[in-house]
Design a protein around this ligand. Sequence first.
Ligand code: COA
Length: 533
Amino acid sequence: MTDKKTKNRAHWENEEKKLDELVDKAMWPGGEKAVERLAKQKKRPVRELISKLIDKGTRFYELSRIAGFGMNYPEVKDVPCGGMVTGLGKIHGNWTMIMANDSRVKAGTYFPITLKKHMRAQAIADRCGINTVYIADSGGAFLPMQADVFPDDQQFGSMFYNMARMSAKGLKQITLSTGGNTAGGAYIVFMACQSVMIDKLSYSFLGGPPLVKMATGEVISAENLGGATVHTQISGGADNFCKDQSEAIEKVREILSLEPPQKLYSHRYPEAPPRVPEESIYDALPATIHRSINVRKVLEAIADDSAFHEYKKNYAPGRGSNIATGKIRIKGLPVGVIASNGVGIVFVESARKVTEWIVRCSQEKIPILFIQNSPGYMVGTESEHMGIGKYGADMVRAVSCAQVPRIQLVIGPDNGAANYGMCGRAYRPHFLFDTMRGRTSVMSGRSAAGVLLSIEERKREVKGNPMSEEERQAFSEKMIEKYDGEAHPFYCGARILNDRVLKFAEIRDWLAMAFEISLLKPIGEPAFGNFRF
Ligand code: COA
C-alpha cells in the first residue's frame, strides 16, 4: 500500500467514525434514563422489538438513521432519527417494510421530518410491492407545529390515504399498537388490514380522556375508552388481543406467515465475491472531493468476481470516458452501470453515451446503478454549440422515463444538471444512497461564492459603496461555508435527501439488498418520449 492510499483510507475511516457518533446519538435518545422509563411502562426499545419481528439470523436494513438532526424547529433543535425507525427486514422469508414510532422522542409525535420519513418508507413499500408492519406508539401531531404537519398534501392525512391506496393494491399492512395512538394517529390502527393491541399498554381513540372530559364532561380512563379489550371485544376496531409485547410480535409473525413467497423478476446467477477486498474503495477515493477518481477501482470492489463488462470504453477519449457504462453482477443480479469517472464532468459525448445505454438497459430490462461523482455538465461556447443543452436534456429524459429499477449512489460531487442526469432524488430512484464523500448542492461552495460575490459586488458598486478586499474575502468564506455545509451528507441525511449514508465497506451488501427488493415487481415495457437525436 502506497503512502497516498494510506492517507485516503485514514481520512475516510475518520469521517465514518463521525458518522458512527451521530448514529449512536440517533439510536439512544434520552440515554439510559429513557430506556428505564420504557421498562417501567413494560416496553422495550423499538429496535429490540424489530429484531424479534424479523427472521432469526437475518439483519434489519435501517434507513435514514440521521434524519432530523439540526432541523432547528421552533421548539426543538434535533429530532433524533426523525422520531421513528424505518427499514427493511425479512419476515418468513419475505422482504417487509417496518416502521416504528420511537416514543422516546417527544412521545413519538410527528414533526415535518417524521412525516417525510414515514411517507418515504411507504413510498418504497408501494413502489416495490412489499408488505408493511407499523409498530405504532405516537401522540399524533407535534401540536406546536400543527400548521406544518396537519392540513396539506404530504402531511398527516396523506399517511392514511397511502394506507388505503396501498391496501387497494393488495399490499398487506399490519399494525402492532404498543402505546398511545391518539386522534389522527388512531387511524394507523383502524386502517390496517389487521391490527394487534396489547392489554393495558395500547390505546387508540379519536379523542383522549382529557379531550372527552372537556367536550362532553365524561370522565373515563384510557383503558375503558379505547384499550385493547374495548377494540377487540366491543368496537371491533382491532383484531388481535395480546398480553404483552412479546406475544404481540409473535402474533404479527403468525399473521404474515400466511403470505405467499415473493418472486424475483430477474435471473440470478451464482454469486461470486469480488477479487479485491471491499475496503479497497477507501484507498481509491481521494480525500479532496473534486480530485479525479478511477471509478473502475470502485466497481472492482462491488462487482461479483470484480468483473466490469464495459460498453463503449474507447469512445471519445477524455470526454466520453468521463462516464463509464457497462454491466456488472451484484450478488448474482445483473445490473447496468452508469458511473462518473475522472473528474466526472458530463460532456456532450458522455451524455449521448449514457442516453444510449439507458435505452439499452431499458430494452434488456436490467436495473441501473448510477454512481454519481459529477460537478456538472460542461459549460462554455464549444459545449453549448455542440448541443450540451439538447443532449443533456436527452439524458434527463432517458433517466426520467426508464422503466427499470434505478438506484443512485453518491460518492463525490453531485451538482447542477448532473444531479438530474445521474438520477438524483427528483428522478425518483428506487433507492438513493450517499457516502461520506458525497456533496449534493446546486453548485460547489467555491462556484457559488464566485457567482454570489459578483452579484453582490455589482449591487454595491451601483450604490456607490464598492466592497473592500476584506469584505470580499469574508463574503466568499461565508458562502463557501454555507454551501459546503448544505452539501454535506449529514445535512442531506438529516433532511432525508438520501435513504442512508453508507460506509464504503457496506456498499455491496446494501446494493444487493436494494436491487433484490426493487426487482420484486415485474418490469414493464420501455416507453420514452421525444428524443432530439
Ligand atoms: N404534541 C407535542 N408534544 C407532545 C405531544 C403532542 N401531541 N404529546 C406528547 N408530547 C410531549 C410531552 O409534552 C413530553 O415532552 P417533554 O419530554 O419535553 O416533557 C413528551 O412528549 C413525552 O410525553 P408524555 O406525556 O410524558 O409521555 P407518556 O408516555 O406519558 O404519554 C401520550 C404519551 C401520547 C399518551 C401522551 O403524551 C398524550 O396523550 N399526548 C397527547 C396526544 C394528543 O392528544 N394528540 C393529539 C394530536 S393529533
